[in-house]
Design a protein around this ligand. Sequence first.
Ligand SMILES: Nc1ncnc2c1ncn2[C@@H]1O[C@H](COP(=O)(O)OP(=O)(O)O)[C@@H](O)[C@H]1O
Ligand SMILES: [Mg+2]
Length: 375
Amino acid sequence: MAVRVPGDATSEPLTASGLQSLEITDFRNIENARLGFSPGLNLITGANAAGKTSLLEAIFCLGRVHSFRSSDADCLIRDNQPAWRLVGCIGLAEGRGIPVGIERYPGRYRIHLEGRPVSRLSDLAGRLPVHIMSGDTANILDGGPRYRRQTLDWALFHVEHGYREAWQRYVRALRQRNAALRAQAPVKQISAWDAELIDAAGILDRLRRGYLDELAPHLHAEFGVLLPGIQIALRYRSGWAQDMTLATALDNSLDRDRAQGYTHAGPHRGDFSLRVEEKPIMTCFSRGQQKATVLAFLLAQQKLQHARAAPQGAFLLDDLASEMDADHQTRVIAALAELQAQVFVTAIDPQALACDHWPVNKRFHVEHGAIHEVV
Ligand SMILES: Nc1ncnc2c1ncn2[C@@H]1O[C@H](COP(=O)(O)OP(=O)(O)O)[C@@H](O)[C@H]1O
Ligand SMILES: [Mg+2]
């Protein structure tokens, strides 16, 4: 059972505008669904355990080739079935759609892009940028530095030419340096990687700072809407002491690097934080306020993508209403409606979602894994 997707095999740069359609087979509790989506707002309703999050997970998988709920792609295969399959059509800015297919058999993927088999997962990842906010996944507040770095890197892959190449160079040099450290190689062999590491790190650091500087006004604007009256500060840490160059930091930590077998300084240790009156948000915000903060950040990112004419992709919000009062929901929904991006929102009870003035373009109802468009 190969994924067959028709279409020509050109490979021009893509500017995805969203997911036009998706056929799902044997993914979680969804046996089969053929869905056509709105480029605007899609509302997904259904009782507990109906399969709402599973639908978002399928969309997310098409964008990133992994789930946000599990690192094991095999557990997504519907019970007692041989494989799951997703065939989607990603809309391009100019109106055309490109077909994409992913199949997962235990332990292996089969991927097709525009009718051609693709051997590397990374060739597909990123064709459809997807952002998720779900109780099942980490976020920029509680996800730790690694999660925040990934968030930053992921965004930069889409908005900055040159970031991906610098990132690949950096990771390669870092791996080699760490291998030399672990092998207890002579200092010369370790520091042989420093020039490449420092050069690529300089590009990553500059582009990350530039991105966050550009994001800050969007963040303040979104914050002003979702959490008015609270002044937020965005702080970036490059991954080494700010009062010295990376070259000096590498020299200073060489003994420790050799003792512990890895490189301590560099953009792979970078991080950013959101603070209110010098305090980390996790310590002073309620769960609802934290959720609004994460949303403000995602919305700001989306606005920046839009301002840069970068691929917009799809915005996935799982169970938006939980832990959020009606006032905050109204603000979020107004912000989402204004956002010129494709949005998928799930809700157990659509009545509980304060969406009176929300121009929902399409509604879907999920029941025991069966998904129907509500017309
Ligand atoms: N591999 C699988 N095969 C069949 N059912 C599954 C699989 N993985 C999860 N499920 C079931 O799918 C159902 C839907 O879950 P979920 O999408 O989280 O529902 P919702 O978000 O609507 O509450 C759950 O009952 C879950 O147990
Ligand atoms: Mg759910």
